[in-house]
Design a protein. Structure first.
Length: 144
């Protein structure tokens, strides 16, 4: 995984044409206010009080091209790819710390992944499509 510093410098416009990006401000997510960049449900967020550092990246793998999602995963250093099964995700990231089910046809596996400092990685797995959504966040209890 990237260092927090390199993660913080990533921008969606490094992967997507700027004219496709919607700028976000005062965006509520995970009980915080953010600013950032979005294309649909793919969001790269920076806390309002640390507006120069990306701290959360969400990837809508259904909408992103496989080439783009692969490039992002490679840059992040995450051994994931669109469509992975639960077993494949667990083989890549280890056992989840939590499993959540909000909709009958999918589940979210929550991991703490990476070393020496780790990230919270939330993987949504659809029963037919496999891995469809990923959120990577710098956890609130980060090391510096």
């Amino acid at each position: 995984m990237l260092t927090y510093e390199r993660f913080g410098m990533m921008r969606l416009r490094q992967f997507v044409a700027p004219e496709l990006i919607t700028e976000l401000s005062n965006w509520e997510f995970m009980d915080q206010l953010w600013i950032g960049e979005a294309v649909g449900f793919t969001e790269w967020l920076r806390p309002v009080d640390r507006s120069d550092e990306v701290r959360s990246i969400s990837l809508d793998l259904v909408e992103l091209s496989p080439e783009l999602s692969t490039a992002v995963f490679e840059r992040l250093g995450l051994p994931l790819r669109t469509g992975m099964t639960r077993q494949e995700v667990e083989a890549a990231l280890a056992a989840p710390s939590r499993v959540e089910r909000f909709v009958n046809d999918r589940e979210s596996l929550v991991f703490r992944f990476g070393a020496p400092c780790s990230y919270d990685v939330d993987c949504t797995i659809h029963q037919e499509q496999g891995l469809i959504y990923v959120v990577v966040m710098v956890p609130p209890d980060t090391c510096k």
